[in-house]
Design a protein around this ligand. Structure first.
Ligand SMILES: Cc1cc2nc3c(=O)[nH]c(=O)nc-3n(C[C@H](O)[C@H](O)[C@H](O)COP(=O)(O)OP(=O)(O)OC[C@H]3O[C@@H](n4cnc5c(N)ncnc54)[C@H](O)[C@@H]3O)c2cc1C
Length: 508
């Protein structure tokens, strides 16, 4: 039963919607303030310019969304989204090409759809909650603060349009979910609070996405193609996938600011041919009917704020989603991380009910940081392979060079075992790590570690051993525990169940 009074959420993007749903368990009244007018149908809107591009939910995000929005995935499928089970998946990288049938027994069935459809389905659910209201076409312009400056007491708002007055909206809790364009730092500055320097990954990434109509005649041959990048060779990543309404998308990506993927249709087609598995993608795209030209998206930085380091973080204020930490979208983490953060806030609110703690909000920020560490670290490790990408900030990123070499060798072994021995457990393990289910520390342990460090004297193995700086195999694990971050994550029964089945499969 809700027992706290009023919460305000800034922004009705994915983070805002999950948060409002979560808060509805604890607050008598929840109000989402959104600067856009919200469309009655699944349509892209101005406030989320990224929505044109593919938006995948990772399995960890899927678990959390099912918890807050039971049956949302089935609802998406009913509306035309493509179920992932039984779909053919082609994965290509520098070590070869693998064709996989998604495992029907897999615990994950994440529907593939447009961001607009996903957002619309979640929004409808939130709109149906009695004590959640939406204030649309209204922008938050600042934070109301108590006289002693220690608590946020609400927000200043302004209806969009000329000459609208500034209004005040009181709340016991304000949660900023206003995305990459958040003004939170400016608002905090206005009330006399300066924030620590964030961690920044200067990533200079480029996307180019093009959509096609899938003719009826080739629908049965369909599959998803994921082609990984090879930054050392300057080879881009690409993806070909299917969404509702018989539409297919092709995405090209690279980081490092060197030669962004093209938005010229002919050049785009040529660049498809430079990908791994270009034959598979070209064979399909040649039969598709383009809906329009490719459209680009560029991001100069991924930013991770460290508000938890502030001595005087005000009570009554929290932040999540892209305004707390934004990611390189190629890893598909943003919405899942927003879900993890919302769930973390929910767990903290639950605990606060039973044992109220002082400095609650700062503790929540700290817990959220711990929970998002795997996502930040994994995407940084991957992005730093591109020349020109740089990490800056006072916090250190541990183990990057070692992890890059280790993951490379892992992928090589996984490809070899999958193609020669029809043994997909290694791929599944890497998939679970990238899905934010398997903690990365598990990837650098025990049997996996022994296998990776015993690659029959290959060049990669030698490089890896040199990076470890020890010869005695008895010291490998100890040395790795020093190199790789320890990742302090809260135990989660759903995740433990999945990991138990992975361990069982690997032991066979
Ligand atoms: C090209 C691209 C592709 C991506 N692909 C994926 C993917 O495959 N998988 C994935 O998980 N993530 C992906 N992401 C990331 C994903 O879009 C975000 O991480 C996710 O939507 C969570 O963002 P958010 O809710 O914090 O912000 P947003 O979704 O950007 O929403 C912010 C909302 O706040 C509103 N707003 C802003 N300022 C104000 C204000 N002052 N007052 C009121 N309202 C305001 C905006 O109008 C908007 O509705 C991608 C991002 C990009 C750029």
């Amino acid at each position: 039963m809700p027992d706290m009074k009023k919460a305000v959420v800034i922004g009705a993007g994915i983070a805002g919607l999950i948060t409002a749903r979560m808060l509805s368990d604890y607050y008598e009244e929840v109000c989402i303030i959104e600067r856009d007018e919200l469309p009655a149908e699944p349509l892209n809107r101005q406030g989320v310019p990224q929505s044109f591009h593919p938006h995948r939910v990772l399995p960890r995000g899927g678990l959390i969304l099912e918890h807050y929005f039971p049956g949302y995935n089935d609802e998406l499928i009913t509306l035309g989204a493509i179920p992932s089970e039984k779909e053919k998946i082609v994965i290509a990288n520098r070590y070869g090409t693998l064709v996989n049938k998604a495992d029907a027994a897999s615990p994950f069935n994440i529907a593939s759809c447009s961001r607009a459809l996903l957002e619309w389905v979640l929004r409808q659910r939130v709109q149906n909650i009695d004590h959640v209201s939406f204030l649309t076409s209204t922008e938050v312009t600042g934070l109301m603060v108590s006289e002693d400056q220690r608590s946020i007491t609400g927000v200043f708002t302004k209806e969009r349009g000329p000459d609208q007055p500034i209004e005040m909206l009181a709340a016991d809790m304000v949660i900023d979910a206003s995305g990459r364009s958040s003004k939170l730092i400016r608002w905090l500055d206005k009330i006399g609070l300066s924030v620590p320097e964030p961690e920044v990954l200067k990533v200079s990434l480029g996307y180019s996405t093009r959509y096609y109509n899938i003719p009826f005649s080739i629908q049965h041959e369909w599959g998803t193609v994921i082609t990984e990048s090879d930054p050392e060779e300057g080879i881009r990543a690409g993806m070909l996938w299917r969404i509702e309404n018989d539409i297919a998308g092709v995405l090209l990506f690279n980081a490092g600011g060197n030669e962004y993927p093209s938005t010229d249709p002919d050049e785009f087609q040529k660049q498809i041919k430079q990908l791994f598995a270009s034959d598979e993608i070209s064979a399909l795209t040649d039969q598709l009917e383009p809906l329009q030209g490719p459209r680009g998206y560029r991001i100069s930085e991924s930013v991770r704020q460290h508000f938890e380091l502030m001595e005087h973080w005000p009570s009554g204020l929290l932040v999540l989603g892209d305004s707390f930490c934004s990611f390189d979208p190629i890893h598909g983490q943003g919405m899942t991380v927003a879900a993890i953060e919302a769930e973390t806030i929910g767990k903290c609110l639950e605990a606060q009910r039973v044992h109220p703690e002082p400095q609650f909000e700062r503790q929540v920020l700290l817990r959220m940081q711990q929970e998002i560490e795997p996502a930040w670290w994994l995407s940084s490790v991957a992005d730093l392979r591109w020349q020109g990408v740089e990490h800056v900030g006072t916090s250190q990123l541990k183990g990057v060079s070692f992890a890059q070499k280790y993951i490379n060798l892992f992928v090589k072994q996984a490809m070899k075992r999958s193609s020669q021995e029809n043994h997909n457990h290694l791929f599944f393990m890497q998939f679970l790590m990238n899905a934010l289910i398997l903690p990365p520390s598990e990837f650098f342990k025990g049997d996996v570690l022994n296998m990776i460090l015993n690659d029959n004297g290959s060049e990669e193995e030698m490089e890896l051993r040199a990076e470890l700086g020890v010869e005695d195999p008895g010291l490998f694990q100890q040395r790795i525990d020093e190199i790789i971050p320890s990742f302090q994550l809260e135990p989660d029964a759903r995740i433990n169940k999945i990991l138990d089945s992975l361990r069982l499969a690997m032991s066979k």
